[in-house]
Design a protein around this ligand. Structure first.
Ligand code: PEP
Ligand code: MN
Length: 263
């Protein structure tokens, strides 16, 4: 169902009046994790000031260590909903448990399925049975074929509002947190009719690489870019090495705009 052979036209995902996949790049910014109402609202204000509507924030955090911050859970989703209503934005948040989907759809606009759950088939099916768009991230060591099949699981349940997200894969290289597989973008665009975004934060794990990889993503035809923004990354409860503070976000956005203007 996700194959280009089945449907030649690009699928466009609609989010509160914004379209992902219509040829104009979209951007998703927000903190790694929802930490408090004040923190999310501060980021939303900055993102909205750029005329942007898509806000991310993790409430259920899939952490490598059980002793690291696990997220605020339902309270985090409630915070996102409050901020979304106040700032008229669409919110994207990861859900890790199929049993949480039914409740989560009252609070969020896009269900994110994270890299670690790309082959959690019960979660994929539950997301496919919901009426919310799904942002599906590529698994840590998933081939493109496995990634496409994960999207097929969602669509097989009747939900065709899917955004694919390349977020880097595990290789032997240690200079970056993951290795951004930039050629996955045109391959996914050729093989499927779905929009493809690139998460520059988790693919690189390095703040200094956010801008160059975002430019690469846009140049190669990605439908959008995701990156993390936090009021004070140094004290962030997760991913403090790669989130942008507000000044860095301003610079990043300015550079992306000039890059897009020049192309
Ligand atoms: C995230 O986007 O919050 C996240 C945990 O990313 P990934 O699943 O790609 O590691
Ligand atoms: Mn993160």
């Amino acid at each position: 169902l996700v194959s280009r052979k089945k449907k030649a036209d690009d699928t466009i995902v609609e989010l509160k009046g914004e379209q992902v996949g219509n040829g104009k790049p979209q951007f998703i910014f927000g903190p790694c994790a929802v930490e408090s109402y004040e923190q999310v609202a501060a980021v939303a204000k900055q993102v909205q000031a750029k005329g942007l509507k898509l806000l991310r924030g993790g409430a259920y955090k899939p952490r490598t260590s059980p002793y690291d911050f696990q997220g605020l859970g339902l309270e985090g989703l409630q915070i996102l909903k409050r901020v979304a209503d106040e700032y008229d934005m669409a919110v994207i948040s990861e859900i890790v448990n199929p049993a949480h989907i039914e409740e989560a759809v009252d609070y969020i606009d896009v269900i994110q399925i994270g890299a670690r759950n790309m082959q959690n088939f019960e979660l994929l099916k539950a997301a496919g049975q919901s009426n919310k768009p799904v942002l599906l991230k590529r698994g840590l060591a998933a081939t493109i074929d496995e990634f496409i099949n994960a999207a097929e699981y969602i669509m097989s349940q009747g939900n065709d509002q899917i955004i694919l997200c390349e977020r880097g894969i595990r290789t032997y290289e240690k200079a970056t947190r993951n290795t951004l597989d930039i050629s996955a973008v045109p391959i996914l665009k050729q093989e499927t009719h779905l929009p493809v975004m690139v998460d520059v934060t988790h693919s690189t794990g390095r703040r200094d690489l956010l801008l160059p990889t975002a430019k690469a993503a846009l140049a190669i035809g990605a439908d959008g870019v995701m990156a993390e923004v936090h009021p004070d990354p140094a004290v962030a409860l997760s991913d403090s090495a790669q989130q942008m503070n507000f000044d860095q976000f301003d610079d990043f956005w300015g550079a992306v705009q000039s890059f897009l203007g020049a192309h």
